[in-house]
Ligand binder design. Structure first.
Ligand code: FDA
Length: 401
């Protein structure tokens, strides 16, 4: 570096990571352990705000059954390499090394037993042990190429680095620090950014439908929801705003405006046959009683009232029972929209992975510029897959930056 270099007043690092979230901190610790001088900058006043909020405060930090099939991307094979090299078991070993108690809720979904804080503390401790510095309240205003690396104009002065890692996350939940800065940087360096939209997000309903479903508000019910060829069998929650719960969040990532959702309230049942048999065995039985035996009581009652099903089963002709079975197993609802980035857990789309190395996350024609985590067009299903992507992509980059 000559004294006339534009970088002479800058603070130098081997690696600068923009974003102290899950991916950025994991990458920083990995690079730090390799002896690289690493700085993580974040404009927020706290690192890892989404980690703290995640999993209802208990952080669903991985999923033991995570496979590439649990991810959406325009380039579906891209995520395979990183996920294969850093598996849920690797992260679990790290969690156990830090003595963090964990519980498996649904199959494979691992949560902290006590608090999400444990995962954030793990990451900050790893950064500390690896000698990676985390600098908060530092907004990156601009980035430009300088010499063989990059110069960053930040609210805390000028910084310079050899390798730059963009780990700014997506657009979901702006109040937690989300910004489109990562996408802006990608475009600045000539990368394609695929259209973004909110994912893992509750649905909103038209006012008349919302009013009809109001008696079901607050009730959760296990369902199978289908849209655009994808199905999820998980609980649905009716809320005062619309439809939520794991099944709805999952399918929202596959839903496009205008699409109907087909909801099976009794998955695993042959409802038509069951109703025909019941009419024969208990002609005085009712649809309400049948529903009460299969669904949460409040839901069963409210749904029955909504349909106006009355009287004994013997009064129902075949066609009427077929129609009732169809309503229960193919209930069609057209959401008016979603709650959007305000409450979405993730952002779909983002930096096109075709321009990145699947082994290192480096930009194809810029070996010292990296994109990791949610800013990239790789989005997991609900259930710990998104953090697994953050860890895996963070480690992939951290091993080479
Ligand atoms: P992340 O968003 O975590 O971090 C990006 C960082 O960049 C932020 O700290 C931000 O402040 C910073 N930043 C942005 N712009 C910047 C700029 N211009 N300058 C400096 N810094 C900037 N996943 C899962 O697997 N299990 C779970 O239980 C949950 N639960 C969950 C709950 C809620 C409420 C949400 C919103 C999300 C989840 N998720 C989840 C998803 C998960 O949180 C998400 O996929 C990861 O946090 C993504 O990690 P990243 O590091 O890529 O981005």
């Amino acid at each position: 570096m000559t004294p006339t270099s534009p970088l002479r007043n800058a603070q130098h690092f081997d690696v600068i990571v923009i974003g102290a979230g899950a991916a950025g901190l994991m990458c920083a610790a990995t690079a730090g352990y390799r002896g690289r001088r690493v700085l993580v900058v974040d404009h927020a006043n706290k690192a890892g705000k989404k980690i703290l909020m995640s999993g209802g405060g208990r952080c669903n930090f991985t999923n033991l059954n995570s496979t590439p099939a649990n991810f959406l991307s325009d380039n579906p094979h891209f995520c395979i390499s990183a996920l294969k090299r850093y598996t849920p078991q690797h992260f679990l070993e790290l969690v156990e090394r830090h003595g963090i108690e964990h519980v498996e809720k649904a199959a494979g979904q691992l949560f902290c037993r006590d608090s999400s804080k444990d995962i954030l503390n793990l990451l900050l401790t790893e950064c500390d042990w690896a000698g990676a510095e985390v600098r908060l309240k530092t907004e990156v205003r601009a980035v430009e190429e300088a010499g063989d690396g990059y110069r960053l104009d930040t609210s805390g002065g000028t910084l310079a680095c050899e390798s730059l890692v963009v780990a700014c996350g997506g657009l979901s939940i702006p109040t937690l620090g989300a910004s489109g800065f990562g996408y802006d940087l990608a475009r600045q360096f000539g990368l394609e950014v695929l259209p973004t939209r909110a994912g893992l997000v509750p649905f909103t309903l038209q006012p008349d439908l919302k009013e009809q479903l109001a008696p079901l508000s607050g009730v959760s019910c296990p369902v199978e929801v289908t849209c655009n060829g994808m199905s999820f069998r998980e609980p649905m929650l009716v809320t005062h705003r619309g439809l939520s719960g794991p099944s709805m969040l999952q399918i929202s990532s596959f839903w496009r405006p205008g699409d109907p959702l087909s909801i099976n309230l009794l998955p695993g049942h042959a409802v038509q046959q069951e109703l025909f048999a019941l009419r024969k065995e208990q002609p005085q039985g009712t649809l309400a009683k049948y529903l009460n035996q299969q669904l949460p009581k409040r839901f069963a009652q409210a749904f029955n009232d909504l349909q106006g099903w009355q009287g004994p089963l013997q009064g129902y002709k075949n066609q009427a029972l077929e129609a009732a079975a169809d309503t229960l197993q193919h209930c069609t609802i057209k959401p008016s929209g979603t709650e959007g980035y305000r409450t979405a857990e993730v952002t779909l789309g983002g930096v096109d992975t075709r321009q990145l190395s699947s082994k290192t996350m480096a930009v194809s024609d810029r070996p010292n510029l990296f994109f990791i985590g949610e800013v990239v067009d790789v989005t997991g299903h609900l259930g710990g897959h998104n953090f697994q992507w953050a860890w895996a992509s963070g480690v992939a980059a951290g091993n080479v930056v």
